[in-house]
Design a protein around this ligand. Structure first.
Ligand code: S3P
Length: 438
């Protein structure tokens, strides 16, 4: 799909952002392992989460989707059923890695695969600690497809070389089945949605800074889970609104868990006008309404260290903000971007250059010399949803037309993204997408 974007005459309104992708995966998986029913509200209806649901169904979990983000899960109380076929995680790294952790606890073999992008992503980082816990994985285990046979696990203490919520979560899921205590330690804290949900469901989990511990053998209690709006999806509209003079965008019910909200801190630091209103909680998850006003001049900044895991998925759109900010922005300690749905550092360097951005790629980040006007061009999503949406935001601020090839990549996390842009722009024609996956 090709999307054509030009600058809108206005950018105003209220937008309901779809449910958080990370939390949706966890709600489905933990609901499947719980005793009794779990009712989920705000479940993200997009391909990545659908991949998780299909895999869970193949493992014997009964699910009922009742439209508009309602999902009912009949928990199996930790015992899943041997699947008949291969489990396909599609494009979703979270599905694949969390599933490997879950399968490590099951006394049957199962094979997980994914699409070509996911089959190119590193898996040893999850396979190696699961092996230490007693899971058997055929072959090298570097890449999908991976066949794993679990059961008879024992707790380990594992130190992650790089902060990763996917690996941490996989080990906590395996830890639920292990004898003794499983401890995961990270160099910086990554998103803690798994821990918070496990706690809400009654699992014996203990959090202490960069360390989390779970005692094996505990049961999970089903219940109600309300999922906040996805800050990673909201970020595209936050940056767009910040960049466009006269813009005013209200984003109600966004998850502002501090392990995820680095994008707000950085945009505020750059000079953007963002108000955080009506702070509250959905279960254990902090939520707020965000009001973003455009037009304040942005200045360059530095992003590195502890901040990186708190905004890892927002770096593509923050690079767009940096391109339009006055002065230099340096992104470092973000080598993980090279092993996401695409090599995001290479993809951004190539595509933002086409729009006229002055940028230097580094092994673990980039330096952007901001403040030059952008000019529309033909750009490529690299099959990556967040690259496609970041380029669309750049297109709103670039002179002329920006043509995004491979724009269908958005379907994995935000199928109605272009419709949402159109709603705020208030005029037909500045966003042109045929049909649409929405
Ligand atoms: C996610 C964790 C992050 C993030 C990904 C979603 C999760 O990946 O980039 O989009 O839901 O746990 P890593 O765990 O590899 O850092």
């Amino acid at each position: 799909m090709i999307a054509t974007i030009s600058p809108p005459k206005q950018f105003r309104g209220t937008l309901e952002i779809p449910g958080d992708k990370s939390i949706s995966h966890r709600a489905a998986i933990l609901g499947a392992l719980a005793q009794g029913e779990t009712e989920v509200e705000g479940f993200l209806e997009a391909e990545d989460c659908r991949s998780t649901l299909h895999c869970l169904e193949a493992l014997g979990v009964a699910l009922e989707q009742q439209g508009a983000g309602h999902l009912r899960i009949r928990g199996r109380g930790k015992r899943l059923r041997e699947p008949e076929g291969i489990l396909d995680a599609g494009n979703s790294g979270t599905t694949a890695r969390l599933l490997l952790g879950l399968l490590a606890g099951q006394p049957f073999p199962a094979t997980v695969t994914g699409d070509p992008s996911l089959r190119a992503r590193p898996m040893l980082r999850v396979v190696e600690p699961l092996r230490r816990m007693g899971a058997r994985v055929e072959g090298e285990g570097r890449r999908l497809p991976i066949t794993i046979r679990g059961g008879d696990l024992h707790g380990v203490e594992h130190r992650l070389p790089v902060a990763s919520a996917q690996i941490k979560s996989a080990l906590l899921l395996a830890g639920l089945y292990a004898r003794g205590v499983t401890v995961v330690e990270e160099p910086q804290p990554s998103r803690n949605h798994t821990e918070l949900m496990l706690k809400q469901m009654g699992a014996p989990v203990e959090m202490d800074g960069c360390r989390v511990a779970i005692a094996g053998g505990g049961a999970l209690k089903g219940g109600r889970i309300r999922i906040p709006g996805d800050i990673s999806a909201a970020a595209f509209f936050m940056v767009a609104a910040a960049l466009l003079p006269g813009a005013e965008v209200y984003l109600p019910g966004i998850g502002v868990n501090p392990t995820r909200s680095g994008v707000i801190d950085v945009l505020q630091e750059m000079g953007a006008e963002i108000a955080i209103l009506n702070r509250r909680r959905y279960g254990e998850e902090p939520v707020a309404d965000l009001l973003v006003r455009g037009g304040a001049p942005l200045r360059g900044t530095e992003i590195g260290g502890e901040l990186v895991p708190r905004l890892i998925d927002e770096l593509p759109v923050l690079a767009v903000a940096a391109a339009l900010a006055r002065g230099r922005t340096e992104i470092r300690d973000a080598g993980e971007l090279r092993v996401k749905e695409s090599d995001r550092l290479a993809a951004l360097a190539r595509e933002l250059s086409r729009l006229g951005v002055s940028l230097r790629e580094r092994p673990d980040g980039m330096v952007i010399q901001g403040g030059r006007p952008l000019t529309g061009a033909v750009v490529e999503s690299h099959g990556d949803h967040r690259i496609a949406m970041a380029l669309a935001v750049a297109g709103l601020a670039a002179a002329g037309k920006t043509i995004i090839r491979g724009a269908e990549a958005i379907k994995v996390s935000f199928p109605c993204f272009f419709q949402a842009l159109r709603r705020l722009g208030g005029e037909p024609g500045f966003v042109d997408t045929p049909g649409g996956a929405c």
